[in-house]
Design a protein around this ligand. Structure first.
Ligand code: AP5
Ligand code: MG
Length: 215
């Protein structure tokens, strides 16, 4: 199964991607996690990406496209993937379609999580992320069992550098300006499904399962 998950910042893409990956045994590709991994390790790419990520701006297309091309050529994704965070610009869409043709991958399903701006700000200002395995928590909606500690690996929970309110607002602007166009491009393709993302995470997942089980 080849899936792409869309939605504004904080709509629950990462949360649902890991549920899908676990339930359907599909490898996940999370573009934001790739950049955060490089930023943590202070690689050359990480240093470059940081200039954009922490301001809430998109990393330039040529950097993002090169990363995706390398990922999609890995044997692990030949039978399926759930992709969170790409494509986010029309230039990325064009590049993506070219790689899909080359690798003979046909997308099965595009999911779009719908959540309002106020709820997004509520969720992102209370999000905590594991600095080690990148698991996602929320102080209000999904608190860890032990304060400040990841339930899955025991790592330290941190607040993402781009989860400060002004940066969240910038990310929302960027989403509306650049990524809504991508949604408009895909929405009439017949494999595009809108999902109410503003309900309990388990209910969102149930709605996703209903779609995936009927593909
Ligand atoms: P990325 O990491 O993809 O950030 P984003 O799109 O802003 O999305 P988030 O990860 O913030 O939110 P999410 O939808 O995954 O929600 P989550 O599940 O965590 O990208 C970061 C940056 O990387 C970009 O700004 C850019 O700089 C760069 N980048 C990435 N891709 C790029 C690309 N293609 N091109 C160029 N640059 C790129 O949930 C959020 C919170 O809500 C959590 O606390 C969670 O516990 C909670 N929650 C989840 N679901 C629910 C629910 N149903 N009810 C209540 N709470 C919930
Ligand atoms: Mg995410």
């Amino acid at each position: 199964m080849f899936l792409v998950i869309f939605g504004p910042p904080g709509s629950g893409k990462g949360t649902q991607t890991s549920k899908i990956a676990e339930a359907y045994k599909i490898p996940q590709i999370i573009t934001g996690n790739i950049f955060r991994g490089h930023m943590k390790n202070e690689t050359a790419l990480g240093k470059k990406a940081k200039e954009y990520v922490n301001k809430g701006l998109l990393v330039p297309d040529e950097i993002m496209n090169a990363i995706i091309e390398e990922e999609l050529n890995k044997p692990v994704y030949k039978k399926g993937f759930v992709l969170d965070g790409y494509p986010r610009t029309i230039n990325q869409v064009n590049f993506f379609e070219k790689i899909l043709r080359k690798t003979k991958i046909k997308l099965d399903c595009l999911l779009d999580l719908l959540v309002g701006d106020e709820e997004i700000i509520r969720r992102l200002t209370s999000r905590r992320t594991c600095s080690s395995c990148q698991s996602i928590f929320n102080l209000v909606f999904n608190p860890p069992k032990k304060q400040g500690i990841c339930d899955n690996c025991g790592g330290k929970l941190i607040q993402r550098g781009d989860d400060e309110e002004n940066v969240i607002k910038e990310r929302l602007k960027v989403y509306k300006k650049q990524t809504e166009e991508v949604i408009n491009y895909y929405k009439n393709k017949g494999i595009f499904y809108k999902i109410n993302g503003q309900q309990d995470a388990e209910k969102v997942f149930k709605a996703i399962r209903q779609i995936l089980d009927n593909l």
